[in-house]
Design a protein around this ligand. Structure first.
Ligand code: COA
Ligand code: AMP
Length: 633
């Protein structure tokens, strides 16, 4: 006998038009769609073709009109500045309308790009919603990226305007953002017409006359702007994510499909009811922040918490419990690394009991593989279901989850449970043939992808097809490997490319190698991700020096560490580089990064049949052992 989940999942694949058409009834359309699904030009998929709508209208104005105006929409909690703010739906709508007016006064119109480089302050959310109110396309850049990364994104997105702040706060440190922004604009070939800068009390930024305007002044002079109807298929945002090279990929999200999928997910995956308090502890610079701090909760009429702080050290490991108890949050979504950080500080979980978590009912984890120890610890200490779920920047919302609003399955630690309705997940071998149940292979999704997933890469349809759609024709390549067990549970095990996951942040080792290779003393190099008890993975660089270089190795290592920090940013957490005599390679010259990673992690490995010189592996093993690898918890 099939259960509710099986029925719904089957229906979503068998009749996507009816399934998503029904889900779209929860969204307000200025013009109804002509067609739900258009997959006439695979691999491109368009949803709700002919429909016209607006995200800000659906996230704010619609709720005010329906009587939710006095409900809290956004609760800002900032232990690092000792401030808090409560904005109702009406207040948030008014702030957004006014800032949209400020953007419009600077000439921003539908289709223009706006880069947002902001810390976790309410103005970041206001700026995002103000863009979509005008039909402008935002591209939020995470604050932990360096000027160089920001410049790359400015050149790709070509924004008319940039919104930024004087500083961010990282634990106890004030990080000035404005010098990074100025350096990025200097470096970029594209120059924005204008910048709007939020001055924070901890740091006053110097404004460039003629280009920069103070946020408060821009808003004081503005008139509220109304929602601009846009096509369902128009882009709402671009979010850059790491690819296999130093050039990030600009993931393009549409408008209509995006809203339909996100709202549906709040009800069916997260089991949230309008009016409840929801908290995603992430950053608006990541997809998790876009989807589940800002858009999905507001589309569903929830109260969303915006938290500027860390899980530990701001001020302590009880920060999460304090915020949950204070606001009666019923669910928290964060990355496993946050829980590893809390567990390290408070292994017995004794701080949890000091707070009233009686309303709290579910913890959702994603962003990296969730190790069973962390999951079991959280389950035991919190006494609520802990739901690991799998997704990516590209997909925009979960591919696999235990759908709490549909049918709750027993949790299997290490598994993200089952494919969410809309996703046809398969495991295939290198020839795109399905593997047997339980066998590891590439995780792919049969097309068409459901609404909400990426439309293309910004101005790069060919890159989109090449990166995701060519290796397994008719399927989307996730870049993850894993297996599906006898019960249909999906286990995501590792990446199949050179992407690593550091504290839930997705990074490219290829991009780091490009930086190391620029050092004048480095002949060749490799960067691998090694297991780390707190951050999941950490990058480790290995360098072969040019002949005749006699400078101290530690000095060169310090220099490349600094270079990565300056080129990519502190978020790369690149702190270790070792000098080695040679790198192991295949006979065709490919560096055996995977094998080195296994050695560094102390895992068993098979000698690659194509290895050029097996002796190099034992040399590398010796060098890693000397440097303290494999590391013990
Ligand atoms: N702006 C500027 N710098 C930033 C930044 C930001 N928004 N975010 C991080 N950084 C800096 C940090 O200050 C740190 O710099 P340092 O090398 O000078 O110390 C560096 O980038 C690495 O940051 P992070 O990986 O966050 O490490 P951490 O030691 O500061 O904190 C955790 C570790 C686990 C507490 C933290 O990573 C965390 O809370 N993770 C939660 C997971 C998460 O939000 N994931 C997002 C996807 S769901
Ligand atoms: P990002 O695009 O930054 O969200 O990173 C997406 C990648 O993070 C995925 O492709 C996976 O490699 C990894 N990931 C995210 N969630 C999970 C999960 N629940 N289990 C295993 N890996 C995950």
């Amino acid at each position: 006998m099939s259960g509710r989940y099986d029925d719904i999942h089957r229906r979503s694949l068998a009749d996507p038009d009816a399934f998503w058409g029904e889900a779209a009834e929860h969204i307000h359309w200025f013009r109804r769609w002509d067609r739900v699904l258009d997959h006439d030009r695979p691999p491109f998929t368009r949803w709700f073709v002919g429909g016209e709508t607006n995200i800000a209208y659906n996230a704010l104005d619609r709720h005010v009109a329906a009587g939710r105006g006095d409900q809290a929409a956004l609760l800002y909690e900032s232990p690092v500045t000792n401030t808090e703010l409560r904005l109702t739906y009406r207040q948030l709508r008014d702030r957004v309308a006014l800032f949209a007016g400020a953007l419009a006064a600077k000439g921003v119109v539908k289709g223009d790009r706006v880069v947002i480089y902001m810390p976790m302050v309410p103005e970041a959310v206001v700026a995002m919603l103000a863009c979509v109110r005008l039909g402008a396309i935002h591209s939020v850049v995470f604050g932990g990226f360096a000027a160089n990364e920001l410049a790359t994104r400015i050149d790709d997105a070509r924004p008319k305007l940039i919104v930024s702040a004087s500083c961010g706060i990282e634990g106890q440190k004030v990080i000035p953002y404005k010098p990074l922004l100025d350096a990025a604009i200097d470096k970029a070939s594209h120059k924005p017409d204008a910048c709007i800068i939020l001055q924070r009390s901890m740091e006053k930024a110097a404004l460039k006359p003629g280009r920069d305007t103070d946020w408060q002044e821009a808003v004081a002079a503005a008139k509220p702007a109304d929602c601009v109807p846009v096509k369902a298929t128009d882009p709402s945002y671009i979010l850059y994510t790491s690819g296999t090279t130093g050039i990030p990929k600009g993931v393009v999200r549409d408008t209509g499909g995006h809203m339909v999928a996100l709202r549906w997910s709040m009800e069916n995956i997260y089991a949230m009811k309008p009016g409840e308090v929801w908290w995603t502890a992430s950053d608006v610079g990541w997809v998790v922040g876009h989807s589940y701090i800002v858009y999905a909760p507001l589309l569903h009429g929830l109260t969303t918490i915006l938290y500027e702080g860390k899980p530990v050290g701001t001020p302590d490991a009880a920060a999460f419990w304090r915020v949950i108890a204070k606001h009666g949050a019923v669910a928290l979504f964060t990355a496993p690394t946050a829980f590893r950080a809390i567990r390290k500080e408070d292994p017995e979980g004794s701080l949890i009991g000091q707070h009233d978590l009686s309303e709290f009912r579910t913890l959702f984890l994603a962003g990296e593989r969730c190790d069973p120890n962390t999951l079991e610890w959280a389950e035991e200490k919190l006494g609520v279901p802990v739901i690991d779920h799998w997704w990516q920047t590209e997909t925009g919302w979960p591919i696999c989850a235990n759908c709490m609003g549909i049918e709750r399955f027993p949790v299997k630690p290490g598994s993200a449970t089952k494919p969410v309705p809309g996703w046809n997940v398969q495991v295939v071998d290198a020839h795109a043939q399905p593997v047997k149940r339980g066998e590891i292979g590439a995780l792919v999704m049969k097309l068409p992808l459901p609404p909400g997933s990426l439309q293309t890469l910004w101005h790069n349809d060919a890159g989109f097809e090449k990166s995701y759609m060519s290796d397994y024709p008719g399927h989307y390549k996730t870049g993850d490997a894993g297996y599906i067990d006898e019960d249909g549970y999906v286990f995501v095990m590792s990446r199949t490319d050179d992407i690593i996951n550091v504290a839930g942040h997705r990074l490219s080792t290829g991009a780091m190698e490009e930086v190391l290779a620029r050092h004048p003393d480095v002949a060749e190099c490799a960067v691998i991700g090694v297991a780390d008890a707190l951050k999941g993975q950490l990058p480790l660089g290995m360098m072969v020096l040019k002949a005749g270089v006699s400078r101290p190795h530690e000095e060169i290592a310090r220099e490349v560490v600094q270079m990565v920090r300056e080129a990519i940013g502190p978020v790369a957490a690149f702190k270790t580089a070792l000098v080695v005599d040679r790198l192991p390679k295949t006979r065709s010259g490919k560096i055996l990064r995977g094998t080195m990673q296994k050695i560094a992690d102390g895992e068993s490995y098979r000698m690659p049949a194509t290895i050029d010189d097996p002796a190099i592996l034992s040399e590398i093993g010796g060098r890693l052992n000397d440097a303290g690898y494999p590391q013990k918890e």
